[in-house]
Design a protein around this ligand. Structure first.
Ligand SMILES: Nc1ncnc2c1ncn2[C@@H]1O[C@H](COP(=O)(O)OP(=O)(O)O)[C@@H](O)[C@H]1O
Ligand SMILES: [Mg+2]
Length: 297
C-alpha cells in the first residue's frame, strides 16, 4: 500500500454522492440520528493464550440526536478507539449494529469523517494539498476542489500557510490541517479520536474554541474521544463514561451549559462538581480488575 492509499484507509475516505437525510420529524419523535445498538467485539490475543480472545466491547449502546456534541471518556485500553472505528465502518463488530440515519453502517461512508490524534498528514504534500487530498474521491472539477480546500484552510486560520509542508509548521497547525481535511468533505458525523492530545495546553484550548465555533456554524454531530475530563465538559452537551473491558457505557452525563460556551464556565462551581463526579467514576473504572474470564474461549 502506498502512503496515499494508507492515509485513505486511515479514514480520509472517499466521499461520494449521498442523499440528504430527511429532516427530523416534527415533535422530535423521529429515530435518533446515530444508534450504537448492543455492539460487541472481541479480538484474538496472544496474551490470553493460544486460542485466547479478549472481549473489548460488550453490548455497548448509546444513541445521539443530530447535532449533538458527545464526548467519550474511559480508561486507557477500554475500547474507545475501537468504538469509533466500528461507528466509522472500518472495523466489523462481532455483535450488534451501528445505524446512522436508520441505515446499518457496514463500511466507511461519505457522510462520516475521522480526525486522529496523529495528524496523518502526507509530508510531501503542502498543507493545501493535504486538505485537497481528502477530496480526491469526490471527483470534483479541479478548480472547485482547490477552491474548497482553500476555503477550509482559511476557516482554520491557515490562509498564509497553504504552500508550507507539514514539517514547517507547529503541531497545533498540523492538527488544524487535519481538521480542515476532515471538514472539507463536509461530513454529517465527525469522529475525533483524542485529536488535541499531542498539542500543548494553550493551543489545545484555542483549538477547542475553534472546533466549537465550526460545529456551531453547521451543527454536525460530533463524537470526540478524550482522556481530558475538562476538555470533555467544555465541549460536550453529553459525556459518556465507558467502563473497563469488556466495556460499555457506565454513565451518561448531560452537561448543563449552553452554547456558545464561554471560557469562564471552566471556573463555574457546577463545572468543578461535574469534573469531580466524572473523575470519581473514572478512577473506579481504572482500578477495576479485568474479568478473569477474559482468557477463556
Ligand atoms: N485489531 C486488534 N487486534 C487485537 N486487539 C486489538 C485490536 N484493536 C484493539 N485491540 C485491543 O483492544 C483494546 C482496546 O483498544 P482501543 O480501542 O485502542 O482502546 P482505547 O482507545 O480505549 O485506549 C486494547 O486492549 C487493544 O490492545
Ligand atoms: Mg484510543
Amino acid at each position: 500500500m502506498d502512503d496515499d492509499a494508507r492515509a485513505a484507509s486511515d479514514g480520509v475516505v472517499a466521499p461520494g454522492a449521498v442523499a440528504d437525510p430527511s429532516p427530523a420529524a416534527p415533535g422530535g419523535s423521529s429515530q435518533p440520528y446515530l444508534e450504537v445498538d448492543s455492539v460487541s467485539i472481541e479480538f484474538r490475543s496472544a496474551a490470553a493464550g493460544p486460542a485466547g480472545r479478549i472481549s473489548v466491547l460488550e453490548e455497548l449502546s448509546f444513541s445521539l440526536d443530530r447535532g449533538e456534541f458527545c464526548c467519550i471518556v474511559g480508561p486507557s485500553g477500554c475500547g474507545k478507539s475501537t468504538s469509533l472505528r466500528i461507528i466509522d465502518g472500518l472495523e466489523p463488530a462481532s455483535g450488534g449494529q451501528v445505524r446512522v440515519d436508520s441505515q446499518v453502517v457496514t463500511a466507511p461512508r461519505p457522510d462520516i469523517a475521522f480526525v486522529f490524534q496523529q495528524f496523518n498528514l502526507l509530508p510531501w504534500r503542502t498543507l493545501l494539498d493535504n486538505v485537497a487530498f481528502g477530496l480526491d474521491n469526490l471527483r470534483l472539477p479541479r478548480a472547485e476542489r482547490e477552491e474548497r480546500a482553500r476555503r477550509w484552510l482559511d476557516t482554520v486560520g491557515l490562509t498564509d500557510f497553504a504552500g508550507y509542508y507539514p514539517s514547517q509548521v507547529s503541531g497545533g497547525m498540523q492538527q488544524r490541517v487535519g481538521l480542515a481535511r476532515a471538514l472539507a468533505v463536509e461530513p454529517r458525523l465527525l469522529l475525533m479520536d483524542e485529536p488535541f492530545g499531542a498539542v500543548d495546553a494553550q493551543t489545545r484550548m484555542l483549538l477547542q474554541n475553534e472546533l466549537l465555533r465550526l460545529w456551531e456554524a453547521d451543527q454536525k454531530t460530533v463524537i470526540f474521544v478524550t482522556h481530558d475530563i475538562e476538555e470533555a465538559l467544555f465541549l460536550a452537551n453529553r459525556v459518556l463514561i465507558m467502563g473497563p473491558r469488556p466495556s460499555r457505557v457506565l454513565r451518561e452525563i448531560e452537561v448543563p451549559f449552553g452554547y456558545p460556551r464561554e471560557d469562564h464556565i471552566r471556573g463555574d462551581a457546577r463545572f468543578a462538581a461535574l469534573k469531580d463526579e466524572i473523575w470519581t467514576e473514572l478512577k473506579a473504572a481504572m482500578t477495576a480488575v479485568p474479568p478473569a474470564a477474559e482468557a477463556e474461549r
